[in-house]
Ligand binder design. Structure first.
Ligand code: JFQ
Length: 292
């Protein structure tokens, strides 16, 4: 119904509310995993909500999807095989397909209904599924990774929702160990890593797991997404042992990828400068998220 959509008292954000004016509800349903809502907002275009948590909006999804895809892929010389965990809306696939070096994109999404709803209401994102390099696997990521050959991927991107509900196991040590095994030497992981304003304890836990699991470098980067709680979201960038990866300086800059732009939607947020800037942290975060 028209009015306001707001979520509050979610255990992830106690005592915090964020509300968007609803022009029209476009879809409401429930899969075997979560409640799914799509509505037209007055400021941010269409909005996708899972279990009461905003996942993306037309207006600001570019910041999240472009950063989570290009921060890892622009940090290694020539990514060929990529795995996406989650990402059922297709936005991350859309961004990965800008890289002409990529030959294979596996995606493991647990909820088919999310994919179907996004194909209907978010064609600018689900276009990612049309790339012939994409192979879709519906199922649990932990199960999927168990059956992946060792050293299979150059990059793994974990585009997960928050660690309550279906994505709880995606912040635990065994999951990161299966990712490390699936990556080739010098391979990279980019993981959704919550807000430095609200979740430094969760981020510290993920950082210590990653520093123990990934023998290369581990860095925290962040970006602005106005419709996420606290208006920012972070990313964990990890590399395995083998050729060192310097995340802070994109050696495979998007500006040099002619495929990145030809016949595709323009890039709206990411560029090589904002790549470098993403790893610059405010003082409190440097203290709380530095190596320990
Ligand atoms: N690909 C859509 C974004 C999914 N990522 C999450 C949405 C919910 C947020 N609280 C955290 C990121």
């Amino acid at each position: 119904e028209a009015g306001n959509f707001s979520y509050y008292n979610n255990p992830m954000w106690p005592g915090e509310a964020h509300s968007l004016k609803v022009e029209q509800v476009l879809y409401q349903g429930k899969s075997e995993y979560q409640e799914i809502l799509v509505f037209e907002s007055s400021v941010y275009g269409k909005v996708l909500v899972l279990d009461g948590i905003v996942q993306l909006t037309d207006k600001d999804e570019c910041a999240y999807q472009e950063m989570i895809a290009h921060l890892p892929l622009c940090s290694i010389p020539s990514p060929k095989t990529v795995l996406v965990i989650g990402g059922g809306d297709g936005g991350v696939l859309r961004e990965i397909s800008r890289h002409s070096s990529v030959e294979r994109i596996d995606i493991c999404e647990i909820d088919q209904l999310v994919i179907d709803v996004c194909k209907k209401f978010f064609p600018d994102l689900s276009v990612g599924f049309e790339d012939p390099r994409v192979q879709l696997h519906i199922g649990d990521a932990v199960e999927f990774l168990r059956n992946v050959p060792e050293g299979m991927y150059d990059a793994v991107i974990v585009d997960s929702s928050d660690p309550i509900g279906p994505a709880q196991e995606l912040v635990e040590k065994p999951f990161f160990e299966t990712i490390a095994r699936a990556l080739r030497p010098g391979g990279v992981l980019c993981n959704q890593a919550e807000s430095m304003w609200l979740h430094t304890h969760l981020i510290q836990d993920m950082l210590s797991i990653c520093r123990a699991t990934f023998k290369g470098s581990v860095h925290y980067a962040w970006t602005s997404v106005p419709t996420y709680p606290s208006g920012v979201i972070g990313f964990l960038l990890c590399s395995t042992d083998g050729p060192p990866v310097n995340f802070l300086n994109p050696i495979n800059p998007i500006e040099k990828q002619e495929e990145a732009f030809k016949g595709k939607r323009k890039i709206r947020f990411y560029n090589s400068e904002i790549h470098k800037a993403a790893f610059v942290l405010p003082s409190f975060a440097k203290r709380e998220l530095s190596s320990f």
